[in-house]
Design a protein around this ligand. Structure first.
Ligand code: NAG
Length: 222
């Protein structure tokens, strides 16, 4: 007991000795040297945005998070239950279930399911049930050239998504009626997140070109 409290006292003395020795330091030449490894072993878009410039679809890099508000219902598209069910357009606010992510031109939802055209029904229903994407899950996002936030979403059956009502979203619009607020195939798109890393570089440029891009961009470091 006595020994341990003596030790304790002693260590406190040593500590305060160390503190008082360093508090008094006023050497103007004293520097702490450190190295920041960001952007060297880890690809980060904010450090080197130009890394992504050459990607054809660079606005829609894999992992980009998108939300779509129907101009006719004034509500957000949502994957009911976060996936495993239908797509509706009846949400006044957007968060998890209303956020779609891009993966090689395929849109997936909160529950990690891919949205696609319901092939069991009449071929126009939009659902989020597929766990293994294929051709029937490839969607194209077409932007209005005047207002890039206005988009149409082209389904793999060749037709555009439309919010017929808040609860019925189908892929059967010709999408040829202009970009006004009266066309149910027009959505206002909001980008809420973007991932920029090695995965996006590799997928964006393809396995042949990606190593070259990485080498070229890394060169000035050497
Ligand atoms: C949206 O529509 C679905 C399907 O009809 C319904 O289950 C859900 O409760 C509706 N949500 C809101 C917020 O109206």
């Amino acid at each position: 007991m006595l020994v341990s409290s003596t030790m304790h006292l002693l260590s406190m003395c040593v500590l305060s000795l160390v503190l008082s020795c360093c508090q008094g330091r006023e050497d103007p030449n004293f520097r702490i040297r450190a190295v920041n490894l960001g952007g060297w072993l880890v690809t980060e878009g904010w450090i080197k945005p130009s890394l992504f410039d050459g990607i054809v679809n660079k606005d829609f890099l894999d992992g980009t998070a998108l939300q779509f508000k129907s101009v006719t219902t004034g509500k957000y598209l949502s994957a009911e239950q976060g996936g495993g069910s239908i797509i509706v357009a009846n949400r006044t606010t957007a968060s998890g279930w209303e956020t779609f992510r891009v993966m090689e031109a395929i849109l997936w939802v909160f529950g990690k399911q891919f949205i696609g055209v319901d092939t069991d029904g009449n071929g126009i229903g939009i659902v989020a049930i597929s766990k293994a994407p294929g051709h029937s899950e490839t969607f194209e996002i077409l932007r209005n050239s005047d207002d890039k936030n206005r988009v149409r979403i082209k389904a793999p059956n060749g037709y555009y998504l439309q919010a017929k009502t808040e609860e019925v979203v189908t892929a059967d619009s010709q999408g040829n009626k202009g970009w006004g607020d009266d066309d149910p195939s027009v959505f206002v798109m909001k980008m809420t997140g973007r991932l920029e890393g090695e995965f996006q570089v590799t997928n964006g440029y393809g396995p042949e070109n990606a190593p070259q891009v990485m080498r070229v961009c890394a060169a000035p470091l050497r």
